[in-house]
Ligand binder design. Sequence first.
Ligand SMILES: *Cc1c(COP(=O)(O)O)cnc(C)c1O
Length: 401
Amino acid sequence: MLRPCRGVIAVLFDRLRQQLREREQAHQYRRRRIMTSPQAIDVCIDDRNYLNFCSNDYLGLANHPALKESFKQAVDCYGVGSGSAHLINGHSHEHHALEEELAAFTGRQRALLFSTGYMANLGLVSTLLGRSDTLFEDRLNHASLIDAGILSRARMQRYAHNDMAALSEKLEQCSEGEKLIASDGVFSMDGDLVPIADMAQLASEHDALLMIDDAHGLGVLGKTGAGSLERAGLDAVAVPVLMGTLGKALGTFGAFVAGDEVLIEALINHARSYVYTTALPPAVAAATRTSLHLLQTESWRREKLATLVDYWKQGAGQLQLPLMDSDTAIQPLLLGSSEKAIRISQQLEQQGFLIGAIRPPTVPKGQARLRITLSAEHEQEHIDRLLDVLEDVLKKEKRNE
Ligand SMILES: *Cc1c(COP(=O)(O)O)cnc(C)c1O
């Protein structure tokens, strides 16, 4: 018979309870909302409708009829599960065709699908670097890039956010092993861009390899939606390694790495987060092919989104809202304490607006914020409504301070 928890188990669970209590006291406890509608501008949670300003579905493709149709057709053709890893027999025609299309889209020799962006970063950095190499990372890089560095066992040098002088100094001081610079293209919680041309210049001067994680730029930035690099006019020579995700602007799920033949073959052979995991459902790849086609042929979504960003910034500026330095669809309002962020987010929720309160440890201490995101599905009228409510809520907040 099994005995109830005692000894080490009781100690560990007590520790977890204590950690959760501390989170709660610091206003950092995380809870999930249960959605009963598709990802869209209007979402339903617990039988209540909200105007959604917190998704990463920047182009409004996650629930697009053409994507759904491709998904259904592929399910009829291939079933649901891929049934195995890519290297056994889970690599379908849809996966392969998507990889070829992503390579062409990003102007690179090859592209390789991963099941998530988190896994793509883990596999990529561990394949490229070993113990004697050094990885240079922005302090505000996405958690998956930080974890990728830890897993790779390479030495890690983190520099102040977008501080190219600090990066240059650290590169200068590094004399052993190979160097990799890894940065978000668009910073996920701030919305600002990496000075990518300057970074490419530094990489070239210091003989370092440069990789960009363009999770929030791909599909949204650049003339054809090819992302931060296209926007900056940089090619695969300047930035040899590119990671992109499919779960944000592309509206589906998964991620890819694009680069030279040798890099992709090395990943197929060595990246543990590629080799030892089940391939994405083929229907996800099929829907992503449609999404990729739509975003290339219908540039109006990108243009509309850019217009909405301008409209929001103008309105928010007039109200002197605490905007951050961002021109992208990520438009955070810096509030400071976690308590305040939670309180305001809850007040907005009561008024029917869904906006995430982003708190430490996702952002630095004292920099809790509302992470407002815009989508091509929004209309100016939605932004007007949000601005009205924000003005009201923040005024009340000031009076109570
Ligand atoms: C979302 C995100 C990831 C992770 O991608 P998933 O496919 O969601 O695992 C990686 N990097 C950045 C910058 C991201 O914003």
